[in-house]
Design a protein around this ligand. Structure first.
Ligand code: PMP
Length: 334
């Protein structure tokens, strides 16, 4: 991890106020505001990442998991939506990593955190067109614990909302507007008494969870919808395919998945940066396995938490560690 400052970025100092990166500088969170005429607010013209940082008490470090891959995905997404950030530091993975590690240092988090960078259209033009509008980057951080239940198994349904399609609102890009689709699914699944939902594609095959990827286990093998099935190409999904193969010798079939496979699998789980590895107990009231976390899901969850906390040296290249020593520690927001 490099702490080098880039010449264009104002030098941050240690602070007891929650800080954000906004319009090219580090500033108090309360000053990181945007106009009600902002293009991204009017039309959803923004892309973002959700990145987790895990607190490692023994070494007093925040371990930012797969920061490089998150920023590579963000920069890849800029091509689709003509969202090239303004300043040179904001245009490279290295520059974005530098800005993020500086912000985490400034905010002095000594707990698990979530890092939320967005690149968005800020121009005040009235049409939805993506050209000739000003683009900005902002980053904020926040403490974040468990997002979904990770032990007892989720009670999920198949959503009656379909997944957005590659030729309409491409799920491959992590665009803010996509999350209206997620919001419909999640809201209605909860109203119907479920914990969350699985989305089907316009053709009726399985896509993913509302805001997470989906794995099934059948006959000892992992199955997950293909990258061409209107999914976000999840970084956790890739992590699981990799560690299942390398550490457990389990292959993953990446292919179209029929709805009925959901009801007949032996185990199922969601995965994602926020979701981590969350077992599914039932789909549409049909119990998966014996309704508790299955043995392969358990092994993958255990491994996952070791990997993200930098406990397996063969994956330490996925961990960007930021030192937050106790003698400097003064939690933000006080
Ligand atoms: N699908 C969607 C729609 C998501 O929002 C997320 C969360 N980012 C994921 C999948 C999982 O992606 P990742 O593992 O990269 O967080």
């Amino acid at each position: 991890m490099t702490q080098a400052m880039t010449s264009s970025t104002p030098m941050p100092t240690q602070t007891t106020t929650e800080m954000a990166y906004h319009e090219g500088r580090f500033c108090p969170f309360s000053e990181a505001n945007i106009s009600i005429k902002t293009h991204a607010f009017l039309y959803g013209t923004a892309i973002f990442e959700g990145i987790r940082g895990y607190w490692l008490p023994a070494s007093e470090e925040v371990c930012l998991f797969r920061l490089r891959e998150h920023y590579q995905r963000l920069l890849d997404n800029t091509k689709l939506y003509y969202l090239k950030p303004t300043r040179p530091t904001e245009q490279t993975v290295e520059g974005l990593i530098d800005l993020t590690t500086q912000l985490v240092t400034l905010n002095q988090h000594q707990q698990d955190i979530y890092v939320r960078p967005s690149i968005y259209k800020t121009g005040l033009n009235i049409t939805p067109s993506l050209e000739n509008t000003q683009t900005e980057l902002c980053i904020w951080t926040h403490p974040l614990g468990q997002y979904l239940d990770l032990t007892k198994g989720l009670k999920v349904c198949v959503s009656n909302w379909r997944r957005i399609d590659d030729n309409a609102l491409p799920p491959r890009a992590k665009a803010s507007a996509n999350y209206l689709n997620t919001a419909l699914m999640v809201t209605d699944s909860k109203a119907a008494g479920f914990d969350d939902a699985i989305a089907l594609n316009p053709d009726g095959t399985v896509s993913e969870g509302s805001a997470m990827n989906l794995f099934l286990v059948r006959h000892g093998k992992l199955i997950t919808p293909a990258k061409t099935d209107n999914i976000l190409e999840g970084i956790t999904r890739d992590t699981i395919v990799t560690i299942a193969k390398n550490e457990l010798g389990i292959d993953t079939e990446q292919r179209s998945v029929d709805r009925t496979e959901l009801y007949m699998c032996d185990e199922a789980f969601f995965c994602g940066t926020g979701a981590q590895v969350a077992p599914i107990a039932s789909v549409d009231n049909r119990t998966i396995g014996d309704g508790t976390m299955g043995p392969i899901t358990q092994q993958i969850q255990d491994l996952y938490f070791r990997v993200v906390r930098n406990e397996l040296p063969q994956y330490s290249h996925w961990c960007t560690r930021v030192h937050v020593p106790s003698q400097n520690h003064s939690p933000v927001g006080v």
